[in-house]
Design a protein around this ligand. Sequence first.
Ligand SMILES: Nc1ncnc2c1ncn2[C@@H]1O[C@H](COP(=O)(O)OP(=O)(O)OP(=O)(O)O)[C@@H](O)[C@H]1O
Ligand SMILES: [Mg+2]
Length: 125
Amino acid sequence: MKKIEAIIREDKLNDVKDALYKVGIIGMNVVEVRGHGRDGGIELVGRTGTYRIDLLPKIQINIVLSDHNVQRTVDTICEAAHTGSTGDGIIFVYPVDDVVRIRTGERGQSALQYPNDIDVRKTKA
Ligand SMILES: Nc1ncnc2c1ncn2[C@@H]1O[C@H](COP(=O)(O)OP(=O)(O)OP(=O)(O)O)[C@@H](O)[C@H]1O
Ligand SMILES: [Mg+2]
């Protein structure tokens, strides 16, 4: 199991979410974050000169999923979040030790199955 942490532009959230639902990624959570990549923020011109905003608002999408769905999901996010300008974002992939669904006690892969999810759609196709 893996965790995908995708940091994207705020105004790309709906496009990315729609694209993920389309391929059958159901479980996810979203956090508002602030940060910067290699440019260290942006310069803005004000009345008294230029100033720097070093931490820009971004959206972080977290998805825990099976290893075999990582590539397709990363590709989907990249396609939907891409503009070609600096600040498009970054994706981190981490290993996940375990998942526990509290209501049922399901663990691991079983806790990552959802009705009509990416795996169900693959078997139908
Ligand atoms: N090494 C990092 N660790 C943690 N968060 C990061 C890291 N690099 C970038 N981020 C987060 O990702 C966001 C998006 O960064 P950004 O798209 O500017 O990346 P970049 O590497 O500067 O690429 P680009 O050249 O396209 O701007 C940042 O605002 C920050 O929240
Ligand atoms: Mg950048």
